[in-house]
Structures are given as C-alpha cells and as structure tokens.
Ligand binder design. Structure first.
Ligand SMILES: *Cc1c(COP(=O)(O)O)cnc(C)c1O
Length: 423
C-alpha cells in the first residue's frame, strides 16, 4: 500500500480481503485460536512465525486497525492499546525502568502530565519537564546517561502549542535518545511526525482516529528509524531478554514494536478490544475528509471569534498573528485541526454562563470528534492543578477549549454568537 496517497490509505490500508472473504474486517470476538500441530504453536511463541494465539498479544480485527495506522504514519509496526493513556504508559515502560528518566514538554495533555509528574516517579522513573518554546541548549541540559525518551505533542491539548519538530529532532539525533510524539490532535492526515524525525508516534484513537466518540483506544507506532544496536543508552535492547529465551531486540528488524508487544503488552495487558479495533478501523475510513472539514470549520470559527468584542484572546494556529502560525504552516500546511481555545472578557463566572447558553455545542470531557463541544479545563480536567501548574501548562483560568466539529460552520458560529449575547 506504500505508494498510495494518505486519503487512499485512510480508506484502504490495513485489511485486504481474499476472494470470498468479508469486505470489511470481521470482529474476531475470540480470546484464542486453534492449531493442529504443536510445532506451529511453538513457532508462534518463539516469534518464528506470524499468527494469532491469544488476543492479549494480537487479534485480527485489532491488527487491521494497527495496519492502517502504521501505513498512515509510515511506521514499521503499530500496537493497538486499551486507551491513549495506556499507549503512552506502555511506550515509556518499553524503554524506561526504575532509575531512568524521560524528558517531556510541559505542555501536554492533563492525563499525561499526571502520569509523568505523579505516577512515574512512584515507579522510580523521573520526568524532567521543559518549556516547549525553550532554546535547544536549555532542553539539552536536562539529558543525562539515564535519559530514555523525549516526549512531546504535535499540538498540545489544551494549550494548542505547536511543536518545533526540527528542534527536538536535532537534540534526539545528537544524544541518540528516542523522540516520541503524541500526534492525537494533528493526526497523520495533517502532520506526519516521522518525516520530521520522530521515532515513536502515539495516538489516543478515542479522538480523531475513531472520530465519533464511540470507542476508547490508543496506538503506538514504531517508525523503524532508530538504531538501538550498540547504543549504550538502551542496554535492555542490547542484552538478551531472559523472559524471551535470550532474544536481543536490537538485532530484530522491528526492535521497539517487538519489545513493546512481546514484553510490555504480554506483562501489562492493556490491549485494545476487538470491538474497539473494529470501530476505530471504520472510523479512520473518513479521517482525511473529516480533518479537512474540521480544519476549514475551525478556521472560520477562529476568524469570527477573533473579531468578537467579548473575546479577550483566541488561540488557533490558523490565525496569522498566532504565536505558532509559522510552525503550523510548516508542519501542518493542509489544515490546522479543529482544536482552539479562547478567553471571554470579564470574570471566570462568565465562562460558565456562556457554556450553559450554548444550544448546539455541548459541554463534555472530550475533544476531536464529529460534534462540536466545549470544556472549561480549570474547573474540570485541570482542577487538581495549582495556580502555578496551570500557568506552566498554559491554561489560564478563563480558558475555554472548543473542539470544532464537522457541522455546518454557519450553525456553529450562530450558536457561539447567541451564547455570547447572553454574557
Ligand atoms: C485524550 C488524550 C490522551 C489520552 O487518551 P485516552 O484515550 O483518553 O486515554 C492523550 N493525549 C492526548 C493529546 C489526548 O487528547
């Protein structure tokens, strides 16, 4: 499928039925698979042949979804996970253990921030946060011999910070440290992180990939462009894995993906379910079309809010005076996605009054699906953060996050207009 364009891959990649087989991937709702020959099963356990033996390790429906995302991201392997959070956790655990550290942009999704700042340290993994706008030298200073990963987001949720890929790629190459990026809000349709030097690409497929707010899921893509062989930073890739009869992951064609599945998925088990794999696979069929519409709708909505007298500030990278306009033009030239944030003039109470006055746009703890929705992070997703942490995460008190859906843009704007009249 390699030579097809992205919009074709959205529809066609991941599953090619043979004659007489179902046109779309069947939901293989089975925990296990039968074999006649003992040796065939032994070969599967030894990773000597491909196939299915237990759904915790692989499932044909989930594999269709994995194949599609791997094709879209240009990766050598993808692993479907139970959620975006499990995808991030499993990616970190594949390379880091107690005594190690990772670097992360401070502008990341709230759940990721909690995982990195609170839960990882309890397991002995330190996270060193950096300002994504900081110069190279400042970020580099945080790296030492125990640093296993630099973690970032293409478009940070909810701060809408656009990543300077080349800056991070340069650091990653120089220090031979993995560059991981959460590409959830851009999707491979708007930005292809591998092209810009990322080694591991993560998605919460609960967002645009599924697109319909129907299935929780996550996916880890191994871009296959990092050399672990002899890299002293990664002894666990260069020493035999005793839990896998002495396998040396650095010697394999797909090192990270194999270690992640054979070790982490095997031991931690946070795999995507067949039903969610099916829904996410079908969701991706329309991904290219949807991202085009999300982006053009958001551009219109942002231009409208920008001129509204009751709006104090608005943050969408399609706006020419946006801090990240140039980076967005470079890394997401075909569209900047449906996520934006803005502040209403006056007290914080006005945020609630505005959101409650909306009729079409609903309040929910979700983003990036076909329906427009809003959220006030300071009182919901980020409510456990201190005043200072809120500031560091780029979330002022009056920030309203708006995820622009694929409805008619005039109806979205009309709803915003009537709600703003009421505050
Ligand atoms: C939602 C989200 C996650 C977490 O994904 P879940 O599927 O909810 O676990 C991670 N990163 C980003 C950017 C997100 O928006």
């Amino acid at each position: 499928m390699k030579d097809y364009k992205l919009d074709t891959l959205c529809v066609q990649a991941g599953y090619s039925p043979k004659t007489g087989e179902a046109r779309i991937p069947p939901v293989v709702q089975s925990t296990t698979y039968v074999y006649e020959k003992t040796q065939d099963m032994a070969d599967l356990f030894d990773l000597k042949s491909d196939g299915y033996f237990y759904t915790r390790l692989a499932n044909p429906t989930v594999a269709a979804f994995e194949g599609k995302v791997a094709a879209l991201e240009g990766g050598v392997c993808a692993i479907g996970c139970a959620s975006g959070m499990s995808a991030t956790s499993l990616a970190v655990f594949t390379v880091a253990g107690a005594g190690d550290n990772i670097l992360s942009s401070a502008a990341v999704y709230g759940g990721t921030y909690n995982l990195f700042s609170t839960t990882l340290p309890k397991l002995g993994i330190e996270c060193r946060f950096f300002d994504p706008d900081a110069p190279t030298s400042e970020i580099e200073k945080l790296i030492d011999g125990k640093t296993k990963m630099i973690f970032t987001e293409t478009v940070a949720n909810p701060a809408i910070v656009v990543l300077d890929f080349e800056k991070i790629a340069k650091i990653s190459k120089k220090h031979k440290v993995l560059f991981a990026v959460d590409n959830t809000l851009a999707t491979p349709v708007l930005c292809q992180p591998k092209k810009w030097g990322a080694n591991i690409i993560i998605h919460s497929s609960s967002k645009y990939l599924d697109g319909h707010a129907a299935a929780l899921g996550g996916v880890i893509v191994d871009a296959g462009n990092f050399d672990y062989k002899g890299n002293e930073r990664y002894p666990s890739f260069n020493e035999p894995d005793e839990s896998y009869h002495g396998l040396v992951y650095a010697d394999l064609p797909v090192a990270f993906g194999t270690k992640c599945r054979a070790q982490m998925i095997r031991d931690l088990g946070a795999i995507m379910s067949p039903q969610n794999g099916f829904i996410s696979y079908i969701g991706c069929d329309t991904l290219a079309l949807r991202m085009e519409r999300h982006s053009s709708n958001a551009q219109k909505v942002a231009a409208y809010l920008k001129k509204h007298p009751k709006i104090e500030w608005i943050n969408h990278p399609s706006l020419k005076d946006n801090k990240y306009y140039k980076l967005a033009q470079k890394y997401m030239p075909s569209g900047q996605g449906g996520m934006m944030s803005f502040g209403i003039k006056g007290s914080v109470e006005k945020c609630a009054a505005f959101m409650e006055a909306l009729q079409l746009i609903t309040q929910e703890t979700h983003v990036a699906d076909v329906r427009s929705c809003v959220l006030h992070p300071a009182s919901t997703t980020h409510r456990q953060l201190s005043e200072e942490d809120l500031k560091n995460a780029g979330v002022p008190h009056n920030l309203i996050r708006l995820s622009v859906g694929i409805e008619n843009p005039d109806d979205i704007i009309e709803d915003l207009k009537q709600a703003l009249e009421k505050v």
